[in-house]
Design a protein around this ligand. Structure first.
Ligand code: NAD
Length: 497
């Protein structure tokens, strides 16, 4: 069985750890690989490599940096299928979805190719007599990225293309459950001409994460994962005086108003809830049916959910693959049980779903639970599986209040034909990303991605303009060039015009 090593200083490195974690194929339930779990010494080696590469890379010209980004962009594009196959093999999602993830990550690389324009500063001529002011941004140093299992290529690509284009060096700590995609990305960087040490991959668990956060040479930490770990990373990095953005979990509500096209809304609810087996931080996990037509919405969703084709991600007919691990499957199944015990009406129960020939795979069928209340575990917890809960609300304001009472604020959507209701919703919800007749409103790479409340700790969202701001810091210069023997004009008062 292959052992997946770290990538440090431009090559695969075995490191010093005796600890490993199994990597599974969720469709068969069989172990594929072992992945190393880094020691603090391994983390120090990765940070040292990034630190050593920083002086050269941060001084490399903008055009040269952009050219490496363009070369990397072409290589990711040409290797998109290979990346997608690795994702499907270790995560389980269907191939077309894995390819979609690679393409969305590629869009961030394309955004970062514009770094010469993105880093242009401001200039003000003659702010005072003979005085000019301008601003520019510099890289911040070694940056660390810690990423979740559910997007093993896209979420790392939310971070490192922007960080590296800005002139930083990077240590990625990907999820130990699906670590292979990050190793292929590292090879593609090398092929693109990125100097050794600018991009490093350190595999591991909490030991690796804490060692990266604690390393004095690490200037900034980007994290994406569950809320408890996001909070931990934010607190620990902030206490060490570091820049940190920590994106957490979610409970994404989609409300369906009585004036919505029910068929359209149901199609999108099913895709948003069960796509990638619900393992998306922007998955629709709570549908809020508003008004007297709620039963029609539930019926339409149930009809479509029953027809979802569940199977191995690599099979072209599959629409939904397995969940990532046996533990995840058991946890989700237990939560469905609690939903029923606490008064939910399980319209469709995915627990007994069997995929012939794949009995040991981590499969669950789509599950639909109606009549869910706010105090139930299925609503309070992030399930992160193919389970859609339906709540009811009397009108749009009640639905907005329900969403705002939830501790998460990642994404939300409204299905309606009323511009007035959509506008009221958009202005009223305390949520970072909003869809209007769009179920999974993930912003494009040239905008920034991030939630509110317990879905994000820190103040900067990822990629787009906020990503550039996160990975750089500003200088403002005020300058004058006096003529020979000019009166200095120096005085003891605070200078003003
Ligand atoms: P996770 O929090 O278990 O792991 C995320 C990363 O943190 C991994 O690299 C893991 O190795 C590391 N980690 C785990 N436990 C740790 C600990 N105690 N201390 C330090 N590091 C630790 O998350 P996951 O299960 O891999 O991913 C699913 C979660 O990620 C869901 O909650 C999902 O909503 C969230 N997510 C959020 C977004 C977003 O944009 N807000 C995007 C994708 C996923």
């Amino acid at each position: 069985m292959a052992v997946i090593e770290h990538w440090i200083g431009g090559k695969a490195v075995a490191g010093h750890s005796a600890r490993t974690a199994p990597v599974y194929d969720p469709a068969t339930g069989r172990q594929r690989h072992e992945v190393l779990l880094a020691t603090p010494r391994d983390a120090a080696a990765a940070v040292d490599a990034a630190r050593a590469a920083y002086d050269g890379w941060s001084q490399t010209s903008l055009t040269r940096r952009a050219r490496v980004l363009f070369a990397f962009r072409d290589l990711v594009d040409r290797n998109a299928e290979r990346l997608a196959e690795l994702i499907t093999a270790e995560h389980g999602k269907v191939l077309s979805d894995a390819l979609g993830e690679v393409r969305r990550g590629l869009e961030v690389v394309e955004f970062a190719c514009g770094i010469p324009t993105l880093l242009k500063g401001d200039y003000s001529d003659q702010v005072s007599t003979g005085v000019d002011t301008w601003s520019f941004r510099e890289p911040i140093g070694v940056c660390a990225g810690i990423t979740p299992f559910n997007f093993p290529a896209m979420v790392p690509m939310w971070m490192f293309p922007v960080a590296i284009a800005c002139g930083n060096t990077f240590v990625l700590k990907p999820s130990e459950r699906d670590p292979s995609a990050s190793m292929l990305l590292a090879e593609l960087w090398r092929e693109a001409g990125l100097p050794d040490g600018v991009f490093n991959v350190l595999h591991g668990d909490r030991v690796a994460v804490d060692a990266l956060i604690d390393a004095p040479e690490v200037a900034a930490v980007s994290f994406v994962g569950s809320t408890p770990v996001a909070r931990h990373v934010h607190e620990r990095a902030s206490a060490a005086g570091k820049r940190v953005q920590a994106l957490g979990g979610a409970k994404n509500h989609a409300i369906v108003l009585p004036d919505a096209d029910v068929g359209f809304a149901a199609d999108h609810l099913v895709a948003g809830a069960y796509g990638s087996a619900g393992e998306r931080c922007m998955a629709v996990s709570a549908a809020v049916a508003v008004g007297p037509g709620a039963d029609r919405v539930v019926d339409a969703v149930a009809r479509r959910a029953r027809a979802v084709r569940v199977g191995p991600g690599a099979h072209p007919d599959s629409e939904m693959g397995p969940v990532v691990t046996r533990e995840a499957r058991e946890r989700i199944a237990a939560l469905i049980g609690t939903g029923a015990e606490q008064g939910g009406q399980v319209v469709l129960d995915g627990r007994e779903h069997v995929v012939p020939g794949h009995e040991q795979g981590f499969f669950l069928g789509p599950t639909l639970i109606d009549q869910v209340r706010r105090d139930m575990d299925v609503y309070r917890e992030e399930i992160f599986g193919p389970v859609l809960c339906v709540l009811r609300a009397g009108d749009v304001d009640e639905a907005i209040a329900l969403i705002n009472a939830n501790p998460y604020g990642n994404g939300t959507a409204i299905f309606t034909s009323s511009g007035e209701s959509a506008r009221r919703f958009q202005r009223g919800v305390q949520v970072g990303m909003i869809g209007i007749n769009v179920p999974v409103p993930v912003p494009m790479a040239f905008y920034s991605f991030g939630g509110w409340k317990e879905s994000l700790f820190g103040d900067k969202h990822v990629h787009g303009p906020e990503g550039v701001a996160f990975y750089t810091r500003a200088k403002v210069v005020t300058a004058r060039w006096p003529r020979p023997r000019e009166d200095s004009g120096a005085g003891f008062d605070f200078p003003s015009n």
